[in-house]
Design a protein around this ligand. Structure first.
Ligand SMILES: *Cc1c(COP(=O)(O)O)cnc(C)c1O
Length: 569
């Protein structure tokens, strides 16, 4: 057990709350892009020496470990891990009143060290303690695993327990609480509850103003199922009468439910979406609120593969401290870019062979598609016209594809999508080698975005809030072939940083048209450039780094949060 570094901790000014955090592959406390973004945010805060602390849950059962049978049927196992092996336990413990009981919460610390040595702590909250009754010990077990009640209990531990922990650690001078996604909205309620206790309920509107002056909120999805909504009966059972009355008093109970996104909006002085288009769509979803755009970015040193890191060290030495400098990658000779990427590709293909027994050819154009198997991401889009795809693969110098991605255990449509990809791809495998790699995680994500030749993305517009895997690809000189949605609307320059699929960003998705467009782009543009014009191809790789790698990084994103969200007044 260790006491945190109190000196630097006390001067913290910003507390960042997130239900999931992905900092390292061996800590299974994330499910996808939201968690990975939180991890990258924390790393960038450490690099920028920001006075920052982060709070999340420990999720001892992880998200889950995925295996697939020969037909592509997903099986799930708990990804149980022991925080004691990786993290330091900190004092004090705090208690949270939930369901009329006192639940004891302890915390584990992970120190994230920035590029100059500055430390940002992440506190992972944990209820698996002997003092708690058995069901309470499991609250911080699975990530997104339980029912509605467990979800609300988890959000209460995160929001209310998190505020108490920070106070217990002596952090009473925090200026800004950053609510990452509606999951942490109850932290605002915890602040309000304190003010109401100290000043009385008559001044609730003043309390609300004070809470608003301390909170900022980032919304991450325009998909309805991504916004938690709890019936008021359940809210009252879990949070109790007093807190429910507070929610009512601030108008957060609407039509018999509490919507956590609306609650977070109500409790925050500033709100943002995660790309320009997403901010616009979110503004339309939540009339009356101004939703600012702050486009996501990825942590450059984390997501640049080892061979490309070496090349950047040689040509752009200070890129880790200042990834904006990657614009100077324009000076790197094309043959060096090509050879360096080839190394990353060979590393990927040996790992693919080790994991799947399938050997893909290093000189063939290799597409990559890896992300959560959520239906709107349409992993099976390329497989919708198998005979045309076969013809395209045969006519060119060769085409192969790597897939990865987990479906949420209760998402049957997502699981069906994985089965369909595997089923159709198996029938094409004589003409188009493929593998669906199991158990997508940060490590595999890093290998894939560095090692494939083209990063494919085809969500249903306008549901991709941002997407960040294409930004990782760009850092590695891997162009995108993507529907114009999320960040790609901002990063796309046709034929320069990659290629688009379908019509303009402001046109709704038309699946059949997008299937044709995807195959047309492959047949008419992407495959011919790759096989017939190696220098032209390497120029697209290089401009992906120069234009997009140098911009869509977490340092730029954090500069925007500093200038627009964290600055007060
Ligand atoms: C980057 C990353 C994501 C996010 O990918 P999207 O393009 O936003 O869908 C999800 N999961 C893992 C493991 C990642 O590394």
């Amino acid at each position: 057990m260790s006491a945190p570094n109190q000196g630097s901790l006390r001067s913290s000014r910003i507390a960042y709350f997130s239900m999931e955090v992905g900092v390292r592959s061996d800590l299974p406390t994330y499910s996808g892009g939201l968690g990975v973004l939180s991890g990258d945010t924390i790393k960038a805060a450490a690099d920028l020496e920001l006075p920052f602390v982060a709070v999340s849950l420990v999720h001892r059962d992880g998200y889950f470990r995925q295996t697939l049978d020969a037909e592509g049927r997903q099986r799930e196992e708990a990804a149980t891990w022991d925080p004691g092996e990786y993290l330091d336990r900190v004092e004090p413990r705090v208690t949270v009143e939930i369901e009329g009981r006192s639940v004891v919460v302890q915390a584990w610390k992970l120190a994230v060290i920035g590029v100059t040595g500055h430390e940002v702590p992440i506190f992972f909250l944990d209820t698996d303690i002997e003092d708690n009754a058995d069901p309470d010990r499991r609250i911080t077990g699975p990530l997104y695993g339980g029912d509605e009640r467990i979800r609300l209990l988890q959000e209460a531990v995160l929001g209310i327990g998190g505020v108490k922990l920070l106070q217990g650690l002596g952090l009473d001078e925090l200026e800004t609480y950053h609510l990452n996604e509606g999951h942490s909205a109850l932290l605002g309620l915890a602040l309000l509850e304190e003010l109401a206790e100290s000043r009385g309920h008559e001044e609730i509107s003043e309390g609300l103003e004070e809470v608003r002056s301390r909170c900022v909120f980032t919304t991450h999805t325009p998909v309805a199922a991504g916004h938690d909504v709890f019936p008021i009966g359940l809210v009252e059972e879990v949070l109790g009468e007093r807190r429910t009355a507070l929610l009512q008093a601030i108008g957060a109970v609407e039509e018999g439910v509490v919507n956590m996104t609306r609650l977070a909006l109500r409790l925050s002085r500033f709100c943002n979406g995660v790309a320009m288009r997403h901010a616009q769509v979110s503004g339309e979803m939540f009339p009356g609120y101004q939703v600012h755009p702050i486009t996501n970015g990825v942590h450059a040193a984390t997501w640049t593969g080892a061979p490309m890191r070496g090349l950047f060290d040689e040509y752009v030495p200070a890129w880790r401290e200042d990834p904006y400098l990657l614009r100077h990658a324009v000076d790197i000779p094309l043959h060096r870019i090509r050879a360096t990427h080839r190394e990353a590709k060979e590393q990927l293909l040996s790992e693919v062979e080790r994991r799947s027994g399938r050997r893909l050819a290093p000189d063939r154009l290799t597409l990559g598609f890896a992300r959560r198997a959520a239906p709107y991401k349409r992993a099976d889009l390329l497989m919708r016209d198998p005979e045309r795809l076969r013809a395209v693969a045969r006519a060119s110098g060769g085409l192969q594809i790597l897939y990865a991605g987990k479906a949420h255990p209760r998402n049957e449509e997502g699981k069906e999508m994985i089965r369909r990809v595997v089923e159709v791809a198996e029938t094409l495998k004589e003409d188009m080698a493929f593998a669906y790699l199991e158990d997508y995680d940060m490590e595999l994500g890093g290998l894939l975005t560095a090692g494939v030749d083209v990063w494919l993305n085809n969500p249903t517009k306008p549901l991709e809030a941002s997407g960040t895997s294409g930004m990782k690809a760009a850092l590695n000189g891997v162009p995108c072939l993507s529907v114009l949605d999320g960040w790609w609307i901002e990063g796309h320059v046709e034929g320069v940083t990659g290629w688009s699929i379908g019509t303009g960003w402001d046109q709704p998705s038309d699946t059949d048209q997008e299937v044709h467009s995807l195959l047309d782009q492959l047949e008419g543009t992407v495959l011919p450039l790759y096989y017939d014009d190696p220098d032209g191809w390497a120029r697209v790789m290089r401009s992906s780094i120069v234009l997009n790698g140098s911009y869509f990084h977490a340092r730029r994103m954090m500069h925007e949060y500093q200038a627009r969200a964290y600055r007060r007044g």
